[in-house]
Write a protein that binds this ligand. Structure first.
Ligand SMILES: [Zn+2]
Length: 399
């Protein structure tokens, strides 16, 4: 196949997006008020019809392909994206979201999420499913603990040799035990969450005051007897046991050295979303703090509701602009091998190498010199000429 003079890169890997919000691109103005933005997004997505959400999901997936993305983690709700993107050529991990601050519903919600997960079909290197408990401020301590317990139970169960008599942890119902026989994911359960994203979240956990607490109280979702843990959101999650299973933590822009040490110890990868970071005009991102603690950091687009679109190249360009000392190799790794590893696919995608899947993204301009340098990310922005997944051209620039 002759693509002309193009630069061939591995297919890009987007470790954090919400495709169901693609239709909100440009609808909400950049702001410093994260809580206000969250309230508007929640309202708008509640007002969106199922058909509108499905169009947004399909449109988002097309935008990923057109931007050289070959694999992504999408935060899904009620498996709508999994259903909508059944035929998409993208390699997808659907992380099923849950939000609940009601401690009395924790056990029930955790069970419901595990059942939802077990009902989803896994296809090796094509479809994976996992959990996305939303964020420290939107999930109760009891639900974090219940999920941590169920995930630990699942891990223990998967270590045992397969037997038709194996029951899921607790074996609560007949339905759960039937479902367990169809769930054969060979890898540990995939987990992702939002963490230490805003100053509002940080203030809520450290002091029990601020905009986030006022908003949650206004909507009567924060239990009356809720008390601030008086520590960072990362330290709070560490207490619940949820960090015992490694996963992808989105943002972590408020993480300090102690938080970074916890994430490194627990084997977590952080997904930095430069577009979202700019949208909320946040303080400089603590990339050096995370990396020097040993936390792998990748780049991701987040949703189009807090970004200018879903282009991984834009995120890499922003990253290059924010951190002049990052090398081309480091920038590319943050969009390929690091997220591929966090998704559990490090032996198959993220690299152009023998034995790896034939996933490529082709770019113009093709650099003149044999050595790619940082200036390639500067203006004019590189354009995706074609996207190839498993040897098939799944997107090609027309003309
Ligand atoms: Zn997100």
């Amino acid at each position: 196949m002759d693509l002309g003079g193009v630069l061939l890169l591995p297919g890009l890997v987007n470790a954090h997006t919400h495709l169901r919000l693609t239709h909100l691109c440009g609808k909400l103005r950049p702001t410093k008020n994260f809580v206000g933005w969250l309230a508007r997004v929640a309202l708008r997505s509640r007002l969106s019809s199922r058909a509108a959400l499905q169009r947004a999901i399909a449109d988002g997936a097309r935008q990923l392909l057109a931007g050289g993305v070959t694999a992504a983690v999408d935060i899904d709700i009620e498996a709508l994206a999994a259903e909508t993107l059944r035929e998409s050529p993208l390699r997808l991990v659907f992380a099923h979201e849950c939000i609940s601050l009601d401690p009395n519903r924790a056990a029930q919600t955790a069970l419901r999420m595990m059942k939802l997960l077990e009902s989803q079909e896994e296809v090796p290197l094509r479809r994976r499913h996992g959990l996305a408990p939303h964020a420290p401020y939107s999930v109760s301590r009891e639900l974090w603990q219940a999920l941590a317990k169920r995930i630990a139970g699942k891990k223990a169960q998967e270590k045992r040799p397969p037997s038709p008599n194996n029951k899921p942890d607790g074996a609560d119902t007949a339905a759960a035990s039937t479902a367990s026989t169809t769930f054969t994911a060979p890898m540990p359960l995939f987990l992702t969450l939002h963490l230490a994203e805003s100053a509002d979240e940080d203030e809520m956990f450290r002091t029990g005051r601020g905009r986030m607490v006022r908003w949650l109280r206004l909507f009567r979702v924060l239990p009356r007897n809720w008390q601030a843990p008086r520590c960072s959101p990362v330290a709070f999650l560490e207490q619940t046991g949820i960090l015992n299973t490694a996963g992808i933590a989105a943002h972590c822009g408020c993480a300090d050295a102690a938080d970074a040490a916890i994430l490194a110890r627990r084997g977590w990868t952080v997904a930095f979303c430069p577009g979202t970071h700019e949208f909320f005009r946040r303080a400089p991102y603590p990339l050096a703090v995370l990396r020097s603690a040993g936390v792998p950091v990748c780049v991701a687009t987040d949703s189009a509701a807090s970004n200018t679109g879903l282009k991984m190249m834009d995120e890499m360009r922003r990253l290059a602009g924010m951190f002049p000392t990052l090398t081309v190799r480091e920038i590319l790794e943050m969009a390929t091998t690091i997220p591929a590893h966090a998704m559990g696919w490090s032996a198959d995608i993220g690299k152009i190498a023998p034995g790896y899947c034939a996933d490529f993204s082709a770019w113009t301009p093709c650099p003149e010199a044999s050595q790619l340098d940082r200036s390639w990310f500067a203006d004019p922005p590189p354009q995706c000429a074609a996207t190839i997944i498993g040897g098939e051209v799944v997107w090609k620039k027309s003309g």
